[in-house]
Design a protein around this ligand. Structure first.
Ligand SMILES: NC(=O)c1ccc[n+]([C@@H]2O[C@H](COP(=O)([O-])OP(=O)(O)OC[C@H]3O[C@@H](n4cnc5c(N)ncnc54)[C@H](OP(=O)(O)O)[C@@H]3O)[C@@H](O)[C@H]2O)c1
Length: 259
């Protein structure tokens, strides 16, 4: 029988980012005690976390880099669960592949070594949809992956890295006996709690406010950041916990989104 939320300590990696901040807020609202990692907890970009409801009593920030296994062990010690959100959302971050492979292995192994049994992993529809050989009408499920060769061909290194990261998480969790739950958000919009603009909001909203005139002529899935945060907690919490991937999207064309 799992402990009630009010008795649990959980860690969120990258809790100062766009999705991470909403998740920290959701967990605090539900009564969890939360440890959020940041590579520099003193950076002003993380200060907003301290003013969330419940933060004074139940939130701490902890310095950790997913490429530093020891820092993760410290962050995960005594935790009941880990939400692994941190990832460079970029096509050209020099650490992209290291974070995808070594960082993911570090997170799963540090969790296992610290006695954490459940890890929620934030994947992306980028790990699913980038496949030119799939019928666009096909309903995608856990068996669907982005085509790695195609990702490289079109230089979509972020989708490549997220695909590799999710597969790495599954393999490593299975090897270490970790119960892994994967959330697959589509393009995520909604209220920004953090002061630093994240790439998704910058490309999808701010660039158009600044006068960008053209948007891609495609259909894309969009989801609100609070729904993404809730999905993380729902897959984590029994009895609503699901054993499979939870995919999130409302589908819009670029035209209807920007009406
Ligand atoms: N936004 C979307 O539309 C969307 C859609 C689907 C999936 N996702 C996934 O959701 C997650 C969060 O995305 P986001 O949009 O919220 O991004 P974000 O605001 O840029 O936040 C990314 C976070 O990752 C952390 N990070 C990056 N590299 C790190 C490293 N080497 N070690 C530790 N932390 C590191 C950053 O922490 P620092 O403060 O230390 O820099 C930051 O807090 C990512 O896994 C992303 O792939 C996002």
């Amino acid at each position: 029988m799992a402990k009630p939320a009010g008795e649990q300590l959980v860690c969120v990696t990258g809790g100062g980012g766009f999705i991470g901040s909403s998740l920290v807020m959701e967990l605090l609202q539900r009564g969890y005690t939360v440890r959020s990692t940041a590579r520099n907890p003193e950076d002003r970009k993380n200060a907003h976390l301290h003013s969330l409801d419940g933060a004074q009593e139940r939130l701490s920030l902890c310095r950790a880099d997913v490429l530093d296994y020891t820092s993760l062990c410290f962050a995960f010690s005594s935790c009941d669960g880990v939400f692994h959100v941190a990832f460079p959302v970029s096509d050209n971050d020099p650490e992209l592949m290291a974070v995808a492979i070594d960082g993911t292995k570090n997170v799963i192994n540090a969790a296992a070594d610290m006695g954490v049994q459940r890890v929620v992993f934030t994947s992306s529809y980028g790990a699913v949809h980038t496949n030119p050989n799939r019928n666009p009408d096909q309903v995608v499920d856990e068996s669907c992956w982005s085509d790695l060769e195609f990702c490289l061909k079109i230089k979509n290194f972020y989708c490549y890295a997220k695909t590799v990261a999710e597969k790495t998480a599954m393999e490593e969790a299975s090897r270490r006996g970790i119960h892994l739950l994967v959330v697959v958000p589509s393009l995520t919009l909604g209220e920004m709690l953090q002061p630093k603009l994240n790439l998704g909001i910058e490309l999808l909203i701010v660039s158009y406010m600044k006068g960008k005139k053209a948007y891609p002529n495609t259909v894309s899935g969009y989801v609100d950041v609070q729904d993404v945060a809730r999905a993380h907690v729902l897959v984590y919490e029994p009895p609503l916990r699901m054993d499979a991937t939870s995919a999130l999207a409302q589908w819009y064309t670029g035209r209807s989104l920007f009406k």
